[in-house]
Ligand binder design. Structure first.
Ligand code: HSE
Length: 449
């Protein structure tokens, strides 16, 4: 892998050092070597505009900062301007000027795109630069790039999405914890993914802007913010969620874009009661999800964290690496390194075991003796009576996978065992960020089994 100092620099001018801007600076610093290898250039924050930059020296370090945006916008050395100010003005003016001076722009600003995307995107094209806005819709979820690239040969017929984390969080907490609306909103605000003005979230406007952007990409139309019909979730109370549960349904804040066979389009944001086994019913708390119906690929769903400083910063950086990689001529699909992987081979799981045995005294004790010999602790045992071979089901506590395999090899050789033992790893509820239920024996390693 090449080191950052060996490769050309690609210079960022950063407008706005709020929580997302801080995340961008931090991640670029933490991951500079791998990002340089993946992009083919060293992506550096070269200049920052922030009105209160003096209070942010901890994150700035030696990056030059100023409270005058011209210092960024007039710097001819910059390759890209990252706009993380939010809101319409002055962000609009800054982005327009950056594009006119031939700089690429990356922005997380959905309000800006929903309102001015129809002029900014052609302006970028005129000046032969790009606008990256992966972070503007559903934070870390890679929906923009998928919509533009992966589904490029498809006709999208519908998008069913959860695009506002705050609304989803409120409804989920009301449903699961019996919280009232105000309490759940307060918690969402404390967790940092709610907008400064919560009306923007719970009134459906945030989701409406995101949907307008998505739909334009999906249906090859202009961004039609005004065409989105928006209803909020403010009137939903705990009893509505209870009544929904009694009908085996859940309430989720949906954003729906549909294209009808006659070419007309509907764009709507509203709460909806979904069957409890609907894929979007499993999307809880601040998570977002985008389900895309297409002509060739069938429905596909992306789900994950759609808000918050680090997920949004990660989406900004994905645009930066894409643009930098494109200019350096390095495809991101290319591997960045050729070191041998260092695979984890030791895992721990709870196991379901099924033995097909004769129905005779002593069988269970033979099996349990071998398991005990490998320090495998039994959680439960069940024998299903019937014609031989009978099924003897054993569930273990969390045990070492290699020890279990050794025990099974020994058990398989017993005369009383009539077929190869069946083993199935038991998955616990997925914990976000933990990769898998199977825990690796090695600290810090991914436990995918
Ligand atoms: N406030 C938004 C949400 C996150 O709750 O999903 C930023 O788009």
């Amino acid at each position: 892998m090449k080191h950052a100092q060996d490769v050309k620099q690609w210079k960022i001018g950063l407008l706005g050092l709020g929580t997302v801007g801080r995340g961008v600076v931090e991640i670029l610093g933490e991951r500079s070597a791998i990002l340089a290898a993946r992009a083919g250039v060293d992506i550096r924050v070269a200049r920052v505009f922030d009105r209160s930059w003096r209070k942010k020296q901890d994150v700035l370090g030696d990056i030059p900062a100023s409270d005058n945006a011209d210092d960024v916008l007039n710097d001819p050395e910059l390759d890209v301007v990252v706009e993380l100010i939010g809101g319409l003005e002055p962000a609009h003016d800054f982005v327009r000027r950056a594009l006119e001076s031939g700089k690429n722009v990356v922005t997380a600003n959905k309000a800006l795109l929903a309102r001015h995307g129809n002029t900014l995107l052609p302006l970028a094209r005129k000046h032969q630069v790009s606008v990256g806005f992966e972070a503007a819709v559903a934070g870390a979820l890679p929906v923009i790039r998928n919509m533009r690239r992966s589904f490029v040969s498809d006709d999208v017929s519908a998008i069913h999405a959860i695009l506002n984390g705050t609304s989803n969080f409120i409804l989920t907490r009301m449903e699961e914890d019996g919280m009232d609306y105000a309490e759940a909103l307060k918690l969402a605000q404390d967790r940092g993914f709610a907008e400064a003005d919560p009306t923007f979230d719970v009134g459906g406007f945030d989701a409406g802007q995101k949907l307008a952007i998505l739909a334009a990409l999906a249906f090859d139309t202009a961004i039609a913010e005004d065409a989105v019909i928006v209803e909020g979730i403010e009137t939903i109370r705990h009893k509505d969620l209870s009544f929904a549960a009694a009908m085996n349904r859940v309430i989720r804040p949906l954003a729906i874009a549909r294209k009808f066979p006659d070419g007309r389009i509907s764009l709507r944001v509203h709460a909806a009661m979904l069957p409890a086994d609907h894929a979007l019913a499993a999307v809880q708390d601040e998570k977002n999800a985008v389900m895309i119906d297409t002509s060739n690929s069938g429905p596909a769903m992306i789900m994950g964290l759609g808000a918050g400083a680090r997920p949004t910063a990660a989406a900004v950086i994905s645009d930066l690496v894409f643009l930098a990689g494109r200019e350096s001529g390095q495809s991101q699909i290319w591997l960045s390194g050729f070191d041998q992987p260092n695979p984890v081979t030791e895992f721990e799981y709870r196991f379901y075991l099924r033995f097909q045995t004769v129905d005779r005294p002593g069988v269970l004790s033979e099996i349990s003796r071998i398991l005990a010999g490998e320090q495998i602790s039994i959680a439960s045992v069940h024998q299903y009576e019937g014609a031989e071979p009978i099924d003897l089901v054993v569930v273990t506590h969390t045990v070492d996978e290699a020890a279990l395999k050794r025990a099974l090899d020994s058990i398989a050789k017993l005369e009383s065992i009539l077929a190869a033992p069946i083993w199935i790893r038991m998955k616990e509820e997925h914990q976000s960020g933990e990769g898998d239920s199977g825990s690796s024996v090695l600290p810090g390693a991914d436990g995918r089994g």
